[in-house]
Write a new protein. Structure first.
Length: 158
């Protein structure tokens, strides 16, 4: 079952490959060393991996994100947390969809949903609302097979 330990383990085992530039992180959705699979864990892993890869998308540097005027207004060494611009951009590095970034009391008032419950709601939403893909036709599969066989003739096997 997806839980805090699973999320922690997924973060620890995925962040170094992501930061090293790996194009694929193995094990999304897997639990128990790959002996079981969870759609809830899959959407949690998607969120974790998205956060891990955020640095590769770059960090916006502009007059708005630097907020020079805000710094002048508040002053060096003072508290910027109450400023509108700070609050607007504070979560930019992660923009969490599943992880709750609210204060404890706000989370309680919203129903105290666990990460697993939020992930389950997301899975249900995806299954209900994401358009289903039409399977490939027989002729499309045959064409793919033909392309692969042709490629096998020219590409060396490793």
């Amino acid at each position: 079952m997806p839980d805090a330990q699973a999320a922690h383990e997924k973060t620890i085992t995925s962040i170094l490959p992501a930061l090293a530039g790996a194009s694929n992180i193995y094990g999304a959705g897997m639990l128990e060393l790959g002996m079981s699979f969870s759609l809830e864990q899959l959407v949690i892993d998607d969120e974790i991996n998205g956060m891990n890869y955020h640095p590769y998308r770059g960090i916006e540097v502009s007059d708005l994100t630097l907020d020079y005027e805000g710094i002048r207004k508040v002053g060096i060494g003072k508290d910027f947390l109450g400023e509108k611009n700070t609050m607007e951009y504070i979560n930019v590095p992660s923009r969490a969809r599943l992880f709750d970034r609210e204060m404890f009391e706000t989370w309680q008032r919203a129903g105290s949903k666990s990460l697993t419950d939020v992930a389950h709601d997301r899975v249900i939403d995806i299954l209900k609302n994401v358009p289903q893909r039409t399977p490939l036709s027989r002729s499309q599969r045959e064409e793919m097979d033909r392309v692969i066989k042709e490629s096998d003739k020219t590409c060396p096997r490793i």
